[in-house]
Design a protein around this ligand. Structure first.
Ligand code: 3HC
Length: 295
């Protein structure tokens, strides 16, 4: 497949990453189907895209027409067959659990055309293992966007053990056509590059607070004002979802060893359902905005 052959992109999952990827693909001019398992999930993702496009237009980053056109290109769907039946590329962004992703690929394989490339937005899981549940492992790779996709420049393009060079090149070109900068990840290891560095940072921050050494606000102040990162570590955790970073850590712990043991404070947040911005609370309370506690 060549880049010119790609017209329709199916995005599976309408959560934080899924709806953001659908928005980016639609802004790049692709016809997009965005699928989730429940009507309310799809509607929520669609509403967030509408909000985001409105913000971009309000700030003159895109025109009102471009925002309307992008929204028109997105079909929100629950039916898998309809979502992937005419897809040239399927980008999967369902929850970060191996068994859920494998189940989804089983379903998608049945309905997607033979020509379609499968790209997973997994944050850390084995691309090779996922590719092996499909009958097209050579047409399969990682395409990892960052949160929020519409604002973040990077896309990691991850080579699984079976990914063909042709697939990797087309997916890199696809990322460029979406105005992103692809970086090839040659080794299919937990966390790839970004999360291998970033998620342990979030975990260390959590250990500091858990052990009573520092407060959330103190740690976030040092991250922002000392390390020059755009957000505090906990602010960022709330942005990506505390469940997402926790699942990445669990997997890194399982595969890479004890240095990656998840801090109980993160487990607590997940158990309490305090997942971050998406649930209205996490390490911060979003009624007052994420910066409210930062001195
Ligand atoms: N669409 C449109 N507008 C958005 C938006 C979106 N998705 N998200 C935020 N905005 C808006 C806000 O509402 C705000 O609007 P306002 O000014 O009207 O209140 C505005 O953008 C804020 O923009 P600013 O330009 O003032 O803010 P920044 O320049 O600080 O940019 C940022 C915001 C790009 C999110 C920046 O804070 C940043 O880079 N943060 C770090 C994000 C990051 O590291 N992401 C990667 C996480 S790791 C990951 O995703 C991997 C996964 O696998 C775990």
């Amino acid at each position: 497949m060549e880049l010119e052959d790609i017209n329709t992109v199916a995005v599976l999952g309408a959560g934080n990453m899924g709806h953001g990827i659908a928005e980016v693909a639609a802004l790049a001019g692709y016809d997009v189907t965005m699928r989730d398992i429940k009507e309310e999930f799809v509607q929520n993702g669609y509403d967030q895209i509408e909000w985001s496009l409105g913000k971009l237009a309000e700030k003159d980053q895109i025109s009102e027409d471009a925002a309307d056109d992008a929204l028109d290109r997105i079909s929100p769907l629950v039916d898998v067959e309809e979502a992937v039946g005419d897809a040239d590329v399927v980008i999967e962004a369902v929850p970060e659990k191996m068994d859920i992703k494998k189940e989804v690929y089983g379903e998608v394989e049945e309905h997607a055309p033979d020509r379609a490339i499968f790209a997973t937005n997994t944050s850390s899981l084995s691309v090779t293992e996922l590719s092996e549940v499909t009958d097209r492992p050579e047409q399969f790779c990682g395409m990892h966007f960052f949160n929020p996709p519409v604002r973040m420049q990077l896309v990691e393009v991850i080579s699984g053990a079976h990914s063909s060079e042709e697939t990797l090149e087309v997916v890199e070109e696809l990322a460029e056509s979406m105005d992103k900068t692809p970086v090839r990840v040659h080794k299919d290891e937990p966390g790839f590059i970004v999360n291998r560095i970033l998620v342990p940072l979030m975990n260390e921050a959590a250990w500091l607070v858990h052990e009573g050494e520092s407060t959330v606000a103190e740690v976030d102040s040092t991250t922002k004002f000392g390390m020059g990162l755009p957000m505090g570590t906990f602010e960022l955790g709330d942005q990506v979802g505390n469940d997402v970073s926790y699942h990445v850590l669990e997997y890194m712990h399982e595969v890479l060893g004890d240095a990656y043991e998840p801090c109980p404070l993160l487990a607590e947040k997940v158990d309490e359902g305090h997942l971050g911005k998406k649930t209205g609370n996490g390490f911060y309370d979003y009624e007052d905005g994420p910066g409210a506690e930062i001195p």
